[in-house]
Design a binder for this molecule. Structure first.
Ligand code: BG6
Length: 509
């Protein structure tokens, strides 16, 4: 498929597209939700955009009594249901020619021998060049077995220097610092660091990458991006959904480990870090690691963290059950589905500026955003009544779903008085760009196949993030109950009290 034949490519775009070279992608855990909803559609979208090589091949591996045709049917259905780009029969035909299924248990060496044979055959028949990416979309407890099997059947080792091997791992990268280190050691026994791609899908989001463009491609923000102007920062990840069918994964993990340890701390790092010397993986990761190592949890944990669990309530006009009534959740579970924490950063730029992070499920609506809230003007030459409706200036990076940026500032209300009120100035992706944003997994899968690592956190960042979180989860482990909050609401009262103690309020959800 040539690029000129690709209708999705903008003809005005003169840049050479980043296209993957010959390779096989082996997907472990192909029957899971992530594969069906995100990975398989993303592979199709990449193919549709002409970014995969002609011989690209995909092998699904799972404990199912399937033939390759069954796998193709599942993939077809998930592409039809979830792909971002329009369905094209010719693209699908071409892609599905390279799709195969290998059935087997992770514990069965015979299944991995069969996998090795299937991969070698693809090299011979489809010219995949001995380049393999292994995507472990499976619970981490299986990692040791799978990487050892890959090693045993010879798939982990390159036959010559031009070939590559890459392994992609999904969070959770452990459940605390200790287990993260163990997990890392397991994968490292077989794969060197440069072959390991840790996925944090937030880094694949356009709006998250745009934080770097906003900060480092413009002149107007950086001078005020510091303690002299910023009062505090709020990072919010609110979801309206519950845990769905993920009880097995979620219970005992909770909101802080599920999304704060990774997505929200990565957002914090991008917001707070210094300018990297370049956008090479090394330079970006070094700046993120530097800022994460300056993050401090305030000493008084009881005053700086809050957690809650959703109780029954109403959402979108429908009554929904509470967490403890979800299928598979023990009646005495203390797992938090909402977490709020206050963090401080010990460096010259941010000393004294609190960063408030909150994440929760079954809240009033889905919104992820980063808000920089600025200090009040040092002096207001207006009467108090004229400025009653003037709040603090804010710059809000709207990660999703309404992607864009809002600047909030005071403006004169038309009329004869000098009344001032907050107004919003908006940049919306949908209005400024004709092209739609690729899905995070599209971007990240392509980066894996190309071997481009800046958007993947390295182990140091993972460990630094656990270092921040561990004291908080230990503190909670020692507590008796967990606050309840109504589904469809704004989270537990304790989270509002956390802000109130500092004389602040959360932005409205
Ligand atoms: C995942 C979490 O990492 O992110 C889920 O495990 C959460 O619990 C999901 O629902 C949210 O992703 P997004 O892209 O919809 O914000």
């Amino acid at each position: 498929m040539t690029n000129t034949a690709n209708p999705l490519r903008d003809p005005r775009d003169k840049r050479l597209p980043r296209v993957a070279g010959p390779c096989v992608l082996v997907l472990f855990g192909v029957t899971g939700d992530l594969s069906r909803k995100k990975l398989l559609p993303a592979i199709y979208d990449l193919s549709n955009r002409g970014l995969l090589p002609p011989g690209f091949s995909l092998i699904g591996f799972a404990r199912r009594d399937w033939e390759s045709e069954d796998f193709k049917q599942i993939a077809y259905e998930s592409v039809k249901a979830h792909a971002r780009t329009p369905f094209r029969e010719d693209v699908w035909e071409h892609l599905s020619e390279g799709m195969h299924f290998v059935p087997g248990e992770f514990s069965d060496p015979g299944a991995f021998e069969a996998l090795a044979m299937a991969v070698k055959e693809l090299d011979a028949v489809r010219g995949t060049g001995g380049n393999y990416a292994f995507y472990l979309s499976i619970p981490p407890r299986f990692f040791p077995q799978v990487v050892e099997q890959l090693q045993r059947c010879g798939l982990a080792e390159r036959q010559d220097e031009r070939q590559w091997r890459r392994v992609v791992i999904e969070k959770p990268f452990g459940s605390d610092l200790k287990t993260a280190k163990e997990l890392n050691a397991t994968v490292h026994r077989v794969f060197p660091e440069e072959s390991i791609f840790r996925i944090d899908h937030y880094l694949g989001k356009e709006t998250v990458q745009n934080i770097l463009a906003l900060r480092f491609a413009n002149t107007m923000y950086e001078p005020i991006w510091n303690r002299s102007y910023v009062d505090h920062v709020q990072i919010t990840m609110a979801e309206d959904i519950g845990i769905g069918g993920r009880a097995g994964y979620y219970d005992g993990i909770g909101a802080a480990r599920d999304v704060i340890q990774n997505h929200l701390l990565q957002l914090l790092a991008l917001i707070a870090m210094e300018e990297p010397t370049s956008f090479s993986a090394e330079a970006v990761r070094a700046e993120k690691a530097k800022i994460l190592s300056s993050v401090r949890v305030p000493g008084d944990l009881a005053a700086s963290v809050a957690r809650g669990q959703y109780a029954a309530g109403w959402q979108g006009g429908v009554s929904v059950r509470g967490y403890l009534d979800e299928e598979g959740i023990p009646a005495d579970s203390r797992t938090e589905t909402y977490a709020a924490i206050k963090l401080e950063i010990d460096n010259r730029r941010w000393a004294g500026v609190p960063f408030y992070l909150r994440a929760g499920k079954r809240l009033s609506r889905r919104v992820t955003e980063v808000a920089m809230v600025f200090q009040q003007a040092p002096h207001l030459p207006f009467s108090q009544t004229d400025t009653e409706e003037l709040g603090q200036n804010a710059l809000v990076m709207r990660v999703q779903p309404d992607e864009g940026i809002t600047v909030r500032f005071g403006s004169k209300v038309p009329g004869t008085s000098m009344e001032i009120r907050d107004v919003n100035m908006d940049f919306a992706y949908g209005e400024s760009f004709t092209e739609s944003s690729p899905e995070a997994y599209e971007r990240l899968l392509l980066d894996v196949l190309i071997g481009d690592p800046p958007l993947f956190p390295r182990q140091e960042e993972v460990e630094l993030s656990w270092r921040i979180l561990d004291p908080i989860t230990e503190f909670w482990a020692g507590q008796e109950g967990v606050d309840q909050y109504k589904s469809g609401g704004y989270g537990p009262d304790s989270a509002d009290e956390l802000m109130a103690r500092d004389g602040r309020v959360w932005r409205r959800l």
